[in-house]
Write a protein that binds this ligand. Sequence first.
Ligand code: ARG
Length: 577
Amino acid sequence: MNIQSLLSDKIMQALIAAGAPSDCDALVKQSAKAQFGDYQANGIMAAAKKMGMQPRQLAEQVISHLDLTHIADKVEIAGPGFINIYLNKHWVAKQADLALTTDKLNITTTSKPQTVLVDYSAPNVAKEMHVGHLRSTIIGDATVRTLEFLGHNVIRANHVGDWGTQFGMLIAYLEKVQNENANELALSDLESFYRAAKKHYDEDEVFAEKARNYVVKLQGGDAYCLDMWRKLVDITMSQNVATYKRLNVTLSLEDTMGESLYNDMLAGVVKDLREKGLAVESDGATVVYLDEYKNKDGEPMGVIIQKRDGGYLYATTDIAAIIYRYTKLHCDRILYYTDSRQHQHLEQVWLIAHKAGYIPESLQLEHHMFGMMLGKDGKPFKTRSGETIKLNDLLDEALERALVLIRGKNPDLPETELHEIAEAVSIGAVKYADLSKNRTTDYVFDWDNMLAFEGNTAPYLQYAYTRVLSLFRKAELDIDKLSGEISLEHEKEYALAARLMQFEEAIQSVAKEGLPHILCAYLYDIATLFSSFYENCPVLAANTETQKLSRLRLSALTAKTLAVGFQMLGIKAVEKM
Ligand code: ARG
């Protein structure tokens, strides 16, 4: 049930009936304060302006055409022409009962499934995943889970950096390591492997020569080089997949669509852009000049698509990728999860693809960008010695800290259970700390804030969930088999139920804009509203059996909502803490 869109439709109908043009917007929003009702329609003023009417007068006419029988108790005009809507508590109670008894909590799945490709994670081969890949991986995955829940056909695209001139050096070094130490690959530590390869390349001219030779051979499809390259990719990806599993991220090996996938298309793309007159030669390189972007001298900016030495660039690959995604995968929508520094790159790629006629305007292209992870000092998050922090090291530390936290709360937990819970809490805490911040800005990574039972944290939410479950354990009742019906007498009951009925609206902000922090804030609200309901409204000691069942049902819906919310964020719910 999406109350916001139900009310939007109703107000739109009333607006049209009152003579407003069909392109106006009812602008129905959740009210910020209870004194303004549950929802507010803010679009009357703009519509009145279009019609040359007094806003309050239009508001009156809209209300006279508005039929919210059973749905709302009171509809009033406020200020210059806002319409405040107060929902009927019996109707809200009925919606809550429906949510409890209907598949997927009565959330409307889409009637128009789209093919949505989500381009996320995208680590680089022969490098270990570091904190820089964390945001893309987990925000992207939350969107993937949400879109799938809503019934879209989602393609996970892991645009792994698995191609480029660095592979000459990596192959030459892998060969050297294999020759010297046949049994051991020395690739388990990818960071040191990469660094050692680079050192040899920089310091040993014979090695460098061989490396350059291997680049050419690899690009020419030489079987030996391809075989060595495959080894590097496989080892990296098997390590990454282990990290995804640990992170409870749904990416698997089959979702790898690395840069190499588009290799065979690149020459054709450059040739075609030249023939279309979009790309020209400049200093031996091939460049697309874009009037839409000016360099610092005020001249059209050039995007290089082929270097003088024949090599292709990151942009060329992304142009090919978009063609592939549209023509082969039939995407309706493509979402890119990369940091904000890649925004111009993507916009230029899209512009070139449009100009060349590779993709239609109807293809939805969105860059869901994000800021950086900062340390407490406000600088990019690094180790003390200034190195990038490996993701696995970060997760190890999270686990250590979570063990301390959970042991402190519940010292009697058996060791295996403690570990299981701490694992879920540690991963949950790291992910939630990120997901709960507006992705568009930088955020400060702070252990103490994320691994706490107070505040908007994963442990707080996970604990709230266990509290509801323990209620059912105490009552010896099955949460899935409750009789009775919800009735909302107490104001705390109403507040909780009304917010529970906004779940779909929170989910939509993830599906539409990739903004999981709105879902996080919502779940946090639910947990705090449940807490004050629980303090004010005795459940097992309710006055009557009817009231007890009603409150149990409300508690059950709370638990189920939290569980589905966790599932969308990729956070594990635990039964006990
Ligand atoms: N591998 C790139 C990086 O580490 C991110 C790729 C993002 N996706 C894309 N289609 N360009 O920065």
